[in-house]
Design a binder for this molecule. Structure first.
Ligand code: ADP
Ligand code: MG
Ligand code: ZN
Length: 281
C-alpha cells in the first residue's frame, strides 16, 4: 500500500488525544578488521562470497573464537552510554529460518548482555529554547550481522514476487552491536525530534570513539523505531516496529508517521496490531 493511501490523523490532533511511547533499537556495525568469530575480513564490499570461511558459513565442525577488539569496542560504547559493564556475559543462538544466515541461527546476546542500564542525554530545540531529555538505555549487546540477500525479478525488491534470490555472505558474521532504549515516555509532541536527536547523538558518540564509521547510507548504523500510543493516563498501547530506518531524517519521519497512522486507527475504534513495518521515503 502506498503511504498516501494510509489513513492518518493530523499530528497536532493526534498528540491532543494520545501520548506516544517510543523505543529505539540501533544496530552499529563495528569497524573491526575481522569478523566477530573468525578472521575473515570485515571490510565493506568485495566480490560476493569472497570474505567467507567455514566459521562464518556455519560449516559443521568449525569453531568460533571471539574477537577481542569487538569486545573492547562494545565496552567503550557501554561506558560512553553510562552503562554497567558485566564481568561475565553469554552468547545465545537465535534460531530462525531465513537464508541470510547460513547457520540458521544468529549468535547474539540475549538475557546476559555485556552492558546494561545506561542513559544518553540529548538536546532538542523547542519554541521555548533548547530542552534536555534523558533517554534511558536498556542494554548494549553483541551479535553478528547477517548476509545480504538480493531478490531479483519482482517489482518491489522483496522476496515475495521475486523470481530468484542471490546471497552474499561477506557481511555475515561482522560484529554488530545493538543498543536498545528503555521505553521513552513523556516526550509528547517532541517525540519525533527526541528520536532523531538520540540517533544523531549516538552516531556522533560512536564516531568519536572510533568504533564504527556509522554510515547510515551503507547500513553500518541502522535503526528500528518502535512507537505506541495511548490516551493520557492509560496503560501503554501496542507498539509497531518500523525496521531498518536508514537516515536521521527518516527516523524523525517514521515516528511522526506512526503517531499519525496509529491515532487514526485508534480514534476510529480500531486496534493497532503488534507488527513489523518497512520504511519507505
Ligand atoms: P524486539 O526484539 O521484540 O523488538 P526489544 O526489547 O529488543 O524487542 O525492543 C523493543 C523496543 O521497544 C525497546 O526499545 C523497548 O523499550 C520498546 N518498547 C517496549 N514497549 C513499548 C511500547 N508499548 N511502546 C513503544 N515502545 C516500546
Ligand atoms: Mg526489535
Ligand atoms: Zn569467516
Amino acid at each position: 500500500m502506498s503511504a498516501s493511501a494510509i489513513e492518518r490523523m493530523k499530528f497536532d490532533d493526534a498528540l491532543a488525544a494520545f501520548e506516544p511511547v517510543l523505543g529505539l533499537e540501533t544496530h552499529v556495525e563495528l569497524g573491526t578488521a575481522s569478523k566477530m568469530f573468525c578472521s575473515c575480513s570485515a571490510e565493506f564490499g568485495g566480490d560476493p562470497n569472497t570474505h567467507v570461511c567455514p566459521v562464518c558459513l556455519g560449516l559443521p565442525g568449525s569453531m568460533p573464537v571471539v574477537n577481542a577488539s569487538a569486545i573492547e569496542s562494545t565496552i567503550r560504547m557501554g561506558l560512553s552510554l553510562n552503562c554497567s559493564i558485566a564481568s561475565w556475559c553469554r552468547f545465545a543462538r537465535k534460531n530462525y529460518f531465513y537464508p541470510d544466515m547460513p547457520k540458521d541461527y544468529q549468535v547474539s546476546q540475549y538475557d546476559e548482555p555485556l552492558c546494561v542500564d545506561g542513559y544518553l542525554d540529548v538536546v532538542v530545540a523547542t519554541d521555548d529554547g533548547p530542552r534536555e531529555f534523558r533517554v534511558e538505555i536498556e542494554r548494549v549487546h553483541m551479535e553478528e550481522d547477517t548476509g545480504k540477500l538480493t531478490h531479483a525479478g519482482g517489482d518491489t525488491g522483496r522476496i515475495h514476487g521475486a523470481d530468484y534470490s542471490l546471497v552474499d555472505y561477506n557481511r555475515a558474521g561482522i560484529p554488530l552491536i545493538e543498543i536498545v532504549t528503555k521505553p521513552i515516555v513523556g516526550a509528547g509532541e517532541l517525540a519525533p525530534l527526541v528520536a532523531r536527536a538520540y540517533v544523531t547523538e549516538l552516531r556522533d558518540l560512536m564516531r568519536a570513539l572510533g568504533v564504527s564509521d556509522v554510515r547510515m547510507d551503507q547500513g553500518s548504523l541502522r535503526c528500528d523505531v518502535n512507537v505506541s500510543l495511548a490516551p493520557p493516563g492509560e496503560p501503554w498501547g501496542t507498539r509497531s516496529e518500523t525496521k531498518n530506518v536508514n537516515s536521521l531524517r527518516s527516523v524523525e519521519r517514521a515516528v511522526r508517521f506512526e503517531i499519525e497512522r496509529q491515532a487514526a486507527v485508534l480514534s476510529s475504534g480500531g486496534r493497532v496490531g503488534q507488527e513489523t513495518r518497512h520504511f519507505h521515503e
